[in-house]
Write a protein that binds this ligand. Structure first.
Ligand SMILES: [Zn+2]
Length: 321
């Protein structure tokens, strides 16, 4: 296997629509060359496209390692069990082994949300904290956990799946098939589902009207909130309560002094939403006094850079001065 330069790692963000690769200096997290490609359908074509993208990155042949963030469930050894956003990826594929073989250097594969958490920990709002929870509230709710400066993953890749913690046994249906999970109360899709159910049952329809024929987006939530729409106020209060319950519980369990929140919903609703979470009467565990809630830094290309930093750490490349 190629030796490579310890000061250069390629980081890749595999998305449902595009593949993005960056050349990253692990010591500083500085990203250089940037290569983009469309994501094809099916795992075999995706692996080919990954090789093509990576080998176009300036200096890649000197890279000590490659890190790849994927939008799916990653099991120990870099096996990607499934990627719901990539057509035809419904069975386990040993991505790390196959690409290590084809690229001739270590390839580390992790969940894309976890890569974002690593970037936030090293370069963003989590800097200086040895343990950290990051929660991203978007269409769904994803998260990641850093313990003693290392990303926690678990054999089955489930560490950080905060969106599927139960906040209301037997409650709203969740996209995973379960019920009453955080994501079905705080995620944009969960809020949308409830807003549409209420509108169909004859309730106020502002959110549905604002969305026109399309999905109810985070900006529609912000607009309806600014107008004082009672349904929106209620749904967002429920979202804040669900987040407060889970974040408080996790912060207590793992002794976390800081939790970073990001994602489309948090970005659009801003500090007032964080305040609502802090002030929720359902805040879990030892309550809001033990944990500080802060916004994520919204780093550019966080997924690709985080994947590179994680790969550097795993292969022992130069990560600190
Ligand atoms: Zn769920």
């Amino acid at each position: 296997m190629a030796e490579g330069r310890p000061d250069l790692v390629v980081g890749v963000d595999l998305g449902g629509t595009k593949i993005l690769a960056r050349a990253v200096e692990p010591k500083t997290g500085t990203a250089n060359d940037r290569v983009k490609m469309k994501t094809p359908a099916g795992p075999a074509a995706v692996l080919d496209a990954l090789v093509t993208t990576i080998t176009q990155v300036d200096g890649w042949s000197d890279a000590a390692a490659v890190g790849i963030g994927v939008p799916g469930l990653v099991q120990r050894g870099g096996i990607v069990a499934r990627c719901p956003n990539i057509e035809g990826w419904d069975h386990p594929v040993p991505v790390a082994d196959e690409l290590t073989e084809r690229l001739g250097r270590p390839v580390i594969v992790a969940n894309d949300v976890n890569c974002g958490v690593v970037a936030e920990h090293r370069l963003g709002s989590g800097r200086g904290f040895t343990s950290l929870l990051a929660v991203f509230v978007g269409t769904g709710v994803g998260g990641g956990v850093i313990v003693n400066d290392h990303l926690a993953e678990g054999d089955r890749g489930m560490v950080g799946e905060i969106g599927h913690l139960t906040v209301e046994p037997g409650g709203r249906p969740c996209g995973c098939g379960g019920r009453g999970h955080l994501e079905s109360y705080a995620g944009r899709a969960g809020i949308e589902g409830e807003a549409r159910r209420r509108a169909e049952a004859g309730g106020p329809e502002l959110l549905v009207e604002l969305a026109g024929g399309g999905p109810i987006k985070s900006r529609h939530l912000a607009t309806a909130l600014a107008k004082g729409d009672p349904t929106t106020l209620e749904l967002l209060a429920e979202a804040a309560d669900a987040l407060a319950l889970t974040i408080g519980n996790v912060a207590t369990l793992l002794d976390l002094p800081r939790v970073v929140l990001g994602g489309g919903v948090v970005d659009k609703l801003g500090d007032p939403f964080l305040d609502e979470i802090r002030q929720s009467r359902r805040f879990g565990g030892f309550g809001p006094d033990i944990v500080e809630l802060v916004s994520a830094e919204r780093l550019d290309d966080a997924g690709a850079i985080g994947a590179a930093l994680l790969a550097a750490e795993r292969v022992g490349a130069l990560v600190e001065a």
